[in-house]
Design a binder for this molecule. Structure first.
Ligand code: RIB
Ligand code: CA
Length: 322
């Protein structure tokens, strides 16, 4: 049985790669994609999601635009990381006759009410999810699993010394979801994503194998890799969002612990995950913090799925990379 999922995202280079991964996976049935303003503005994110659908012959899957800004804060975008077009300034052609619906929250609510065992993979600020819970909390009683790329436990932040972009952009939404979802949030934070680097060697391998997606992957990761060299002297790009999809597909990829987490909503630690690992507050656990990752296992899965049309060659040569 395929796992039914809604993907909430702000494409963004790593969201785009995560969508390619999910849409190429035999294990997932993507019921719809919801969009939130984040890395770039809402409409640009929507147009980029359409490009991922077109590239994977998945334009039958609906896209719903949601919130263009956080619950209370002004939207702080990340064009320095993802480019003005959200895809590394590659300016890929707009999808002709692509449809962007409105009403992300209503789509999430209706889908949860009308289907069994639907999960959500959230790859962006959690504004859409928070607003959907505010609108109809009962819909989430049907929710199967919730995986969120966001936050950080022991790793330094990527927005402030202590906070990660998704939870920094909308700390109120992240905190609200943790306190009102009614299910544990599987938090795929920087502790694990920083260990999944798509190296130039891997990108070159993807280019050499020359699959249908190879060109776009090598084009959009160029800008991303230049950012990571400037930001942290990393050679390659940290692919945050795809790990959340990889973990949802195969939970053995990451390990962590159950705990109570809330998000600091203001002040110097705005967006920080307050993780009560030692259970000092004796509160009901609302999260699973992932702290370890089998990076090789994930990256092999990621490359295999990106090059799904070249399965035999990948099988034959992927050993050159690891
Ligand atoms: O901190 C990384 C996260 O913020 C990723 O989801 C990236 O796409 C940005 O949204
Ligand atoms: Ca994202």
């Amino acid at each position: 049985m395929k796992k039914k999922v809604i993907i909430d995202c702000d494409p963004g280079i790593d969201d785009f790669l995560a969508l390619l991964l999910a849409l190429n996976s035999e294990e997932l049935e993507v019921l719809g994609i919801t969009i939130v303003g984040g890395n770039v503005d809402l409409n640009t994110c929507g147009e980029n999601a359409l490009k991922a659908l077109e590239l994977t012959n998945s334009l039958h899957i609906p896209i719903y635009l949601g919130n263009d800004k956080p619950l209370y804060k002004k939207l702080e975008k990340a064009e320095n990381v993802h480019g003005a077009d959200g895809l590394g300034n590659t300016n890929l052609p707009k999808v002709k006759n692509g449809v962007l619906n409105y009403g992300a929250e209503d789509f999430i609510i209706e889908t949860l009410h009308n289907n069994e065992k639907v999960s959500i993979i959230a790859l962006a600020p959690l504004t859409n999810i928070a607003k959907a819970i505010m609108k109809d909390k009962s819909a989430f009683e049907n929710l199967n699993e919730f995986v969120s790329m966001g936050g950080t436990f022991k790793e330094c932040g990527n927005c402030t010394p202590v906070s990660e972009f998704n939870y920094y952009v909308d700390p109120h939404a992240a905190d609200y979801v943790l306190k009102n979802l009614g299910k544990k949030v599987h938090i795929i934070g920087l502790d694990v994503t920083n260990k999944t680097v798509l190296t130039p060697n891997m990108v070159e391998f993807i280019r050499m194998i020359d699959g249908k997606l190879s060109k776009v992957v090598s084009e959009i990761t160029k800008f991303y890799g230049e950012f990571y060299w400037r930001f942290d002297k990393i050679i390659g790009s940290v692919i945050n969002d795809p790990l959340a999809v990889g973990y949802f597909i195969d939970k053995s990829i990451c390990k962590g612990f159950s705990t109570y987490t809330e998000i600091c909503k203001e002040g110097i630690a705005e967006g920080m995950c307050i993780v009560d690992k030692n259970n000092l507050w004796q509160k009901e656990h609302n999260s699973i913090i992932l702290t370890e990752v089998d990076a090789e296992k994930f990256l092999k899965k990621f490359i295999n799925l990106l090059l799904k049309d070249k399965e035999e060659e990948v099988e034959k040569y992927i050993g050159l990379l690891f």
